[in-house]
Design a protein around this ligand. Structure first.
Ligand code: FE2
Ligand code: FE2
Length: 135
């Protein structure tokens, strides 16, 4: 069984966002599998990079929607994104320098962050953007 599973509970009912969240879950599962299978640094590094890059793409999608529709919680929400972006860049940096071994804790941190952020913050913009006609 995968580390993270998609469920309707996670849906913000905006198609493009749900698809991106599913991709992120897939990338975190991929990192978890690569770690469990004892894959080499090259595979782990590539998977971690993909996750970091896709996270940036995803945050931009949400922030562009917030800007386009004047979402009132744009800035506090962006601060959460920025904090994770810094932490993820730091993880990648330490990994690339050989100062980080990707452990269960690393993957669980990313998993918990994504769950908590979707359920706590992303879910809040769903109804607002819906009312603006975003589907
Ligand atoms: Fe999100
Ligand atoms: Fe978000």
């Amino acid at each position: 069984m995968s580390l993270m599973e998609w469920s309707d509970e996670l849906s913000v009912h905006i198609g493009r966002v749900d698809e991106q969240h599913k991709q992120l879950i897939g990338l975190i599962n991929g990192l978890h599998d690569a770690m469990k299978e004892g894959k080499g640094r090259d595979v782990l590094g590539k998977t971690l990079s993909e996750l970091v890059d896709y996270t940036a793409t995803h945050f931009k999608t949400e922030e562009d929607l917030f800007a386009a529709h004047h979402y009132p919680d744009h800035h506090p929400h962006k601060r959460e994104h920025d904090a994770l972006t810094r932490q993820a860049a730091d993880l990648k940096d330490r990994f690339m320098k050989g100062n980080l071994f990707i452990s269960n804790e690393t993957v669980l941190f990313l998993k918990d962050w994504l769950y908590n952020h979707i359920l706590g913050s992303d879910k809040k913009y769903g109804p607002f953007l819906h009312a603006k006609g975003v589907a």
